[in-house]
Design a protein around this ligand. Sequence first.
Ligand code: ATP
Length: 334
Amino acid sequence: MTSSAIEATGLGKAFRRRGGWALRDCTFQLPAGRVSALVGPNGAGKSTLLALAAGLIAPSEGSVTVLGGHPAHVRPRIGFVSQDKPLYAQLTVAETLHMGADLNPDSWDADTAERVAAGGGLDLETRVRSLSGGQRTRVALALALAKRPELLLLDEPVADLDPLARHELMGTLMATAARYGTTIVMSSHVIAELEDSCDHLLLIGDGRVRLAGDIDDLLAVHSLITGPAREAATGADFDLAPHTTVESRITGRQVTALVRPAGPLPVGWQTNDLSLEALVLAHLRNPAAPPLTLGQASASASDSASASASDSTSASPTSQEATSASAMPQEEPA
Ligand SMILES: Nc1ncnc2c1ncn2[C@@H]1O[C@H](COP(=O)(O)OP(=O)(O)OP(=O)(O)O)[C@@H](O)[C@H]1O
């Protein structure tokens, strides 16, 4: 199995003393040297999870290990781009990059810093306070990438970029991952874009892990099937048991269902192509669907139905149905 860049065990974060859990009982591993997508609805806990991994906040319960150590201790090896992209407003872009170089004298890649920051025609003499949202993102990514981190934590890095900049910077990120073996963990709401760039998925909802594993393995253990809504013999609603149903929708006389097969599918049912977007959307629409974690070394294999379905991918699925740094100083102003 690939080694883990991030390992969380029973990780939880409450912002208020009573209740208010932003993240609860999260156990997962994110592989080293790979690109992981962190997805989930608004308020699911994605930013909280990234801030915990970056060592900016401490867990309320459980633990998270990053690059084999405590997040705060490995901070120099992490690049973190938060959603609000804190930068010093009074500095120019060039001064900002110089500061990044001063703070990271041993690892700074000045060419990358300038190329990423100056892309899209951005004048490096522009003051940060005059930058648009997308231009700030560009500068924040330039700082994080030029630091040559082992782990890049990116909170919705491309949300405010125009399509060209998005394409260019996603390409730069992927090239960096391929060239230097950088581990990337990025949150995003644009699932279709993640399909091309990411190989691992962590879907959280309501602060808990809903779906985790290599994307190919997760797709392999799910099937999107179409068949008759009622049993021909009895006229009763079609029963999909023993398969685990994530979602089923009846249209006229047909039912379309996303299932985790527990054996052969019903005879005569049609199996359709399944995209990552369809898989994620079905789980988002159905928060009560049983969670599934694939390929975790330490988790228990209670979802045997999915285990058999994933044999071909050598994934070892488990179910959790029961429970179910930037280059800039971390203390910098928003
Ligand atoms: N500093 C904070 N103080 C109090 N509550 C917070 C704080 N930060 C986050 N929360 C709460 O924690 C929960 C998770 O928030 P978080 O920002 O991690 O979600 P998210 O998945 O990143 O959402 P989005 O997709 O909207 O960015 C939310 O209910 C949010 O209100």
